[in-house]
Design a protein around this ligand. Structure first.
Ligand code: ADP
Length: 204
Protein backbone atom coordinates (compact mmCIF):
# COMPACT_ATOMS: atom_id res chain seq x y z
CA UNK A 1 0.00 0.00 0.00
CA UNK A 2 1.28 3.45 -0.96
CA UNK A 3 1.38 5.58 2.21
CA UNK A 4 1.23 9.36 2.36
CA UNK A 5 2.30 10.70 5.75
CA UNK A 6 0.33 13.86 6.52
CA UNK A 7 1.89 16.06 9.16
CA UNK A 8 2.05 19.62 10.47
CA UNK A 9 2.28 21.52 13.71
CA UNK A 10 -0.54 21.73 16.21
CA UNK A 11 -3.43 23.70 14.70
CA UNK A 12 -1.99 23.62 11.17
CA UNK A 13 -5.19 21.90 10.04
CA UNK A 14 -4.15 18.23 9.75
CA UNK A 15 -7.60 16.88 10.65
CA UNK A 16 -9.33 19.54 8.56
CA UNK A 17 -7.29 18.67 5.43
CA UNK A 18 -7.49 14.90 6.07
CA UNK A 19 -11.30 15.28 6.00
CA UNK A 20 -11.06 16.89 2.56
CA UNK A 21 -9.03 13.89 1.28
CA UNK A 22 -11.58 11.54 2.87
CA UNK A 23 -14.27 13.17 0.71
CA UNK A 24 -12.34 11.86 -2.33
CA UNK A 25 -12.71 8.38 -0.83
CA UNK A 26 -9.19 8.16 0.60
CA UNK A 27 -8.78 6.01 3.72
CA UNK A 28 -7.39 8.00 6.66
CA UNK A 29 -5.48 6.40 9.53
CA UNK A 30 -5.06 8.85 12.40
CA UNK A 31 -2.27 7.98 14.85
CA UNK A 32 -3.66 10.43 17.44
CA UNK A 33 -6.98 8.59 17.45
CA UNK A 34 -5.10 5.28 17.80
CA UNK A 35 -2.93 6.67 20.63
CA UNK A 36 -6.09 7.67 22.44
CA UNK A 37 -7.84 4.34 21.83
CA UNK A 38 -5.02 2.21 23.28
CA UNK A 39 -5.25 4.15 26.56
CA UNK A 40 -9.07 4.15 26.66
CA UNK A 41 -10.91 1.65 28.95
CA UNK A 42 -9.73 -1.88 28.00
CA UNK A 43 -7.19 -0.32 25.61
CA UNK A 44 -4.25 -2.53 24.61
CA UNK A 45 -1.72 -0.37 26.50
CA UNK A 46 -3.58 -0.37 29.82
CA UNK A 47 -2.36 -3.70 31.31
CA UNK A 48 1.25 -2.73 30.48
CA UNK A 49 0.82 0.76 31.96
CA UNK A 50 -0.67 -0.69 35.15
CA UNK A 51 2.23 -3.10 35.63
CA UNK A 52 4.94 -0.56 34.71
CA UNK A 53 3.59 2.49 36.57
CA UNK A 54 1.11 1.03 39.05
CA UNK A 55 -2.68 0.98 39.34
CA UNK A 56 -2.55 4.62 40.55
CA UNK A 57 -2.22 5.65 36.89
CA UNK A 58 -5.41 3.81 35.92
CA UNK A 59 -8.65 5.81 36.29
CA UNK A 60 -11.72 4.11 37.83
CA UNK A 61 -13.15 3.42 34.35
CA UNK A 62 -9.97 1.53 33.33
CA UNK A 63 -8.59 4.28 31.09
CA UNK A 64 -5.29 6.11 31.55
CA UNK A 65 -5.35 8.84 34.22
CA UNK A 66 -4.13 11.41 31.71
CA UNK A 67 -3.67 14.30 34.13
CA UNK A 68 -1.53 12.18 36.43
CA UNK A 69 0.56 10.73 33.60
CA UNK A 70 1.00 14.16 32.00
CA UNK A 71 2.32 15.54 35.30
CA UNK A 72 4.75 12.62 35.64
CA UNK A 73 6.18 12.64 32.11
CA UNK A 74 6.37 16.43 31.97
CA UNK A 75 8.91 16.40 34.80
CA UNK A 76 10.63 13.09 34.09
CA UNK A 77 12.19 12.21 30.71
CA UNK A 78 12.88 8.63 31.77
CA UNK A 79 9.20 8.10 32.64
CA UNK A 80 8.31 9.57 29.24
CA UNK A 81 10.65 7.07 27.55
CA UNK A 82 9.15 4.18 29.58
CA UNK A 83 5.64 5.23 28.57
CA UNK A 84 6.62 5.55 24.91
CA UNK A 85 8.32 2.14 25.00
CA UNK A 86 4.85 0.77 25.78
CA UNK A 87 2.71 2.97 23.53
CA UNK A 88 4.78 3.49 20.38
CA UNK A 89 4.99 -0.19 19.30
CA UNK A 90 1.26 -0.63 19.96
CA UNK A 91 0.43 2.52 17.98
CA UNK A 92 2.64 1.35 15.11
CA UNK A 93 1.11 -2.14 15.09
CA UNK A 94 -2.46 -0.81 15.07
CA UNK A 95 -1.57 1.77 12.40
CA UNK A 96 -0.11 -0.99 10.21
CA UNK A 97 -3.21 -3.12 10.76
CA UNK A 98 -5.55 -0.29 9.73
CA UNK A 99 -3.37 0.62 6.72
CA UNK A 100 -3.34 -2.99 5.54
CA UNK A 101 -7.14 -3.17 5.89
CA UNK A 102 -7.71 0.09 3.99
CA UNK A 103 -9.05 0.01 0.45
CA UNK A 104 -8.11 2.30 -2.43
CA UNK A 105 -4.81 2.88 -4.19
CA UNK A 106 -3.22 4.81 -1.32
CA UNK A 107 -3.77 5.62 2.34
CA UNK A 108 -3.09 8.77 4.36
CA UNK A 109 -1.51 8.34 7.78
CA UNK A 110 -1.96 11.45 9.94
CA UNK A 111 1.17 11.61 12.10
CA UNK A 112 1.60 14.81 14.16
CA UNK A 113 5.26 14.14 15.04
CA UNK A 114 6.30 12.52 11.75
CA UNK A 115 9.25 14.86 11.13
CA UNK A 116 10.50 14.15 14.66
CA UNK A 117 10.43 10.37 14.07
CA UNK A 118 13.04 8.56 11.94
CA UNK A 119 10.85 5.43 12.00
CA UNK A 120 7.88 7.26 10.53
CA UNK A 121 9.94 9.18 7.97
CA UNK A 122 11.30 5.93 6.57
CA UNK A 123 7.88 4.22 6.67
CA UNK A 124 5.97 6.62 4.39
CA UNK A 125 6.29 6.98 0.61
CA UNK A 126 5.55 10.74 0.62
CA UNK A 127 5.57 13.42 3.32
CA UNK A 128 2.77 15.99 2.98
CA UNK A 129 3.24 18.99 5.27
CA UNK A 130 0.24 21.16 6.13
CA UNK A 131 1.75 24.61 6.55
CA UNK A 132 0.63 27.85 8.14
CA UNK A 133 2.20 30.62 10.20
CA UNK A 134 2.77 30.21 13.92
CA UNK A 135 0.31 33.10 14.48
CA UNK A 136 -2.40 31.12 12.68
CA UNK A 137 -1.56 27.96 14.67
CA UNK A 138 -1.89 29.89 17.93
CA UNK A 139 -5.14 31.63 16.99
CA UNK A 140 -6.76 28.35 15.86
CA UNK A 141 -5.78 26.31 18.91
CA UNK A 142 -6.83 29.12 21.30
CA UNK A 143 -10.24 29.07 19.56
CA UNK A 144 -10.51 25.26 19.26
CA UNK A 145 -9.37 24.31 22.77
CA UNK A 146 -10.15 27.47 24.76
CA UNK A 147 -6.53 27.71 25.94
CA UNK A 148 -4.17 30.66 26.38
CA UNK A 149 -1.60 31.97 23.93
CA UNK A 150 1.14 30.90 26.37
CA UNK A 151 -0.15 27.32 26.51
CA UNK A 152 -0.19 26.97 22.72
CA UNK A 153 3.21 28.67 22.36
CA UNK A 154 4.71 26.17 24.82
CA UNK A 155 3.46 23.25 22.72
CA UNK A 156 4.64 24.85 19.45
CA UNK A 157 8.09 25.36 21.01
CA UNK A 158 8.38 21.63 21.80
CA UNK A 159 7.53 20.58 18.23
CA UNK A 160 9.82 20.70 15.19
CA UNK A 161 10.14 24.23 13.80
CA UNK A 162 8.31 25.29 10.66
CA UNK A 163 11.63 25.36 8.77
CA UNK A 164 12.62 21.82 9.83
CA UNK A 165 9.19 20.51 8.87
CA UNK A 166 9.23 22.19 5.46
CA UNK A 167 12.72 20.80 4.80
CA UNK A 168 11.35 17.27 5.30
CA UNK A 169 8.35 17.81 2.99
CA UNK A 170 7.83 16.20 -0.39
CA UNK A 171 4.68 18.29 -0.82
CA UNK A 172 3.40 21.35 1.04
CA UNK A 173 -0.23 22.40 1.33
CA UNK A 174 -0.67 26.02 2.44
CA UNK A 175 -3.53 26.20 4.92
CA UNK A 176 -3.26 29.78 6.10
CA UNK A 177 -6.24 31.46 7.74
CA UNK A 178 -7.97 33.64 5.15
CA UNK A 179 -6.82 31.54 2.16
CA UNK A 180 -9.87 31.01 -0.08
CA UNK A 181 -11.40 27.57 0.59
CA UNK A 182 -11.67 26.82 -3.13
CA UNK A 183 -7.89 27.16 -3.52
CA UNK A 184 -7.34 24.73 -0.62
CA UNK A 185 -9.84 22.33 -2.19
CA UNK A 186 -8.04 22.61 -5.58
CA UNK A 187 -4.72 21.75 -3.92
CA UNK A 188 -6.29 18.71 -2.25
CA UNK A 189 -7.76 17.54 -5.58
CA UNK A 190 -4.42 18.02 -7.38
CA UNK A 191 -2.47 16.15 -4.68
CA UNK A 192 -5.07 13.37 -4.60
CA UNK A 193 -4.66 12.82 -8.35
CA UNK A 194 -0.88 12.87 -8.04
CA UNK A 195 -0.87 10.35 -5.16
CA UNK A 196 -3.33 8.11 -6.97
CA UNK A 197 -1.13 8.08 -10.10
CA UNK A 198 2.04 7.44 -8.08
CA UNK A 199 0.35 4.63 -6.17
CA UNK A 200 -0.92 2.97 -9.33
CA UNK A 201 2.52 3.35 -11.00
CA UNK A 202 4.16 1.47 -8.10
CA UNK A 203 1.77 -1.45 -8.73
CA UNK A 204 2.89 -1.90 -12.33
P1 ADP B 1 -4.56 19.95 13.74
O1 ADP B 1 -5.26 18.62 13.49
O2 ADP B 1 -3.40 20.18 12.82
O3 ADP B 1 -4.21 20.23 15.17
P2 ADP B 1 -7.18 20.99 13.03
O4 ADP B 1 -7.44 20.31 11.73
O5 ADP B 1 -7.92 20.51 14.23
O6 ADP B 1 -5.60 21.10 13.34
O7 ADP B 1 -7.46 22.56 12.80
C1 ADP B 1 -7.42 23.46 13.90
C2 ADP B 1 -8.71 24.28 13.91
O8 ADP B 1 -8.72 25.17 12.80
C3 ADP B 1 -9.96 23.42 13.79
O9 ADP B 1 -10.98 23.98 14.58
C4 ADP B 1 -10.28 23.49 12.30
O10 ADP B 1 -11.65 23.30 12.04
C5 ADP B 1 -9.82 24.91 11.93
N1 ADP B 1 -9.33 24.98 10.54
C6 ADP B 1 -8.19 24.43 10.08
N2 ADP B 1 -8.04 24.71 8.76
C7 ADP B 1 -9.09 25.44 8.40
C8 ADP B 1 -9.51 26.04 7.15
N3 ADP B 1 -8.79 25.93 6.02
N4 ADP B 1 -10.68 26.72 7.16
C9 ADP B 1 -11.42 26.84 8.29
N5 ADP B 1 -11.08 26.31 9.48
C10 ADP B 1 -9.93 25.61 9.54
Amino acid sequence: MFVVGLTGGIGSGKSFIADLFARHGVAIVDTDVIAHSITAPRGAAMPHIASEFGEAFVAPDGSLDRAKMRALVFADDLAKARLEAITHPLIRAETERQMAAAGGPYVIAVVPLLVESATWKSRVDRVLVIDCSVDTQIARVMRRNGVTREQVSAIVARQASREVRLAAADDVLVNEDGRPPELVADDVQRLHEKYRSSAIATLR
